[in-house]
Design a binder for this molecule. Structure first.
Ligand code: SF4
Length: 316
């Protein structure tokens, strides 16, 4: 386990702010918003003029909630919680989405950059260990735009980019030196599955490209003396009924293309939701069983991975 001294740790974005580079990134990101290709859908909507496309988000973000989150990985929540900011809408169309009202129906409120900055500061003042942006793929320019006012008010927590991995390379480049912890959820390996369940047949290829770029920026996950994650990649994978996610192929790819020491969280909490019912997507209208989960663990072990967790239980 890579150990980083807390006393020597500074979030990456402070240097970018000091050098003036963050200001340039914000300007560049906002220019790109006029012809949006912030995710692989490349809708080319002029979001700067408040037009929108698949992700239903124009010039400003909508936030569904922000709070100190005590679920998820121990290394993020610690004792005082992970400072979660949950964005409304989404660029993927997962038919089994467990936050359907937020991601498909847009529950939440439009928020200006200063208000987004104020949320980060509130979470920091509450003692959260990091700022955790959930479903951020379609709002990268707006996150960047909110950072300078947050930094000017004293923001100094690591930033977590909690993504489906359906990100464009332009996005990930804009986040270089900004994000400390990338948390991609690698969902499906096969294009036909990604087409059926995410409405994005190019998802597997796009996710591989984006996750590799994330890993090149921040490497393996590193922790402070108390076990809190400070920088690196924390890869999630949701195990699906019937093995349809392609867990074996994903685990083999992670071991081969990233590193056998990659921190992987194999998630067992799939439950039918969203559009899944007894009439539609009936093959995934059930939870996974113990045998399916153990098979996923075995896939990770056979792939040579050595840092695999099921929630907060070390399994390989
Ligand atoms: S971020 Fe939204 S508008 Fe931009 S390409 Fe993706 S889905 Fe389309």
């Amino acid at each position: 386990m890579a150990l980083l001294r807390r006393s020597e740790f500074e979030p990456a974005y402070l240097d970018l702010y000091e050098s003036g580079e963050l200001k340039h990134r914000v300007e560049h990101a906002l220019e790109l918003l006029a012809d949006c290709a912030f995710c692989p859908r490349a809708c080319r909507a002029n979001r700067l003029a408040d037009k929108f496309a698949v992700c239903k988000t124009g010039r400003y973000v909508a936030v569904s909630s922000f709070f100190a989150h005590f679920g998820g990985e121990d290394c993020l929540r610690g004792r005082r919680g992970s400072g979660t900011i949950f964005f409304s809408w989404c660029n993927l169309r997962c038919v089994f989405c467990q936050n359907y009202d937020i991601s498909w129906e847009g529950a939440g409120h439009r928020v200006q950059p200063d208000a987004l900055a104020a949320m980060m500061i509130r979470l920091q003042e509450q003692g959260c260990h990091n700022i955790n942006f959930v479903t951020p793929e379609h709002v990268v320019p707006q996150i960047l735009e909110a950072l300078p006012p947050a930094i000017e008010r004293g923001l100094h927590l690591p930033l977590v980019y909690n993504t489906s991995a359906y990100d464009s390379l332009d996005s990930i480049r804009l986040l270089d030196g900004v994000v400390d912890i990338y948390m991609p959820d690698f969902k499906f390996w096969a294009p036909e599955m990604a087409r059926r369940y995410l409405k994005a047949p190019d998802y597997p290829e796009a996710a591989r490209r984006a996750i590799k770029a994330m890993h090149e920026q921040v490497g393996k996950l590193g922790f402070d003396e108390s076990g809190l994650a400070l920088r690196g990649v924390l890869l999630r994978h949701l195990v699906m009924p019937g093995g349809i996610a392609g867990t074996r192929e994903i685990m083999e790819w992670v071991a081969r293309e990233l590193s056998p020491g990659t921190f992987v969280n194999l998630m067992a909490q799939y439950r039918p939701d969203g559009k899944v019912s007894r009439k539609e997507y009936v093959e995934i209208d059930r939870c996974i069983n113990e045998e399916e989960f153990q098979k996923a663990v075995e896939n990770a072990r056979s792939a040579g991975l050595a840092n695999v967790w099921a929630g907060n239980r070390h399994v390989v």
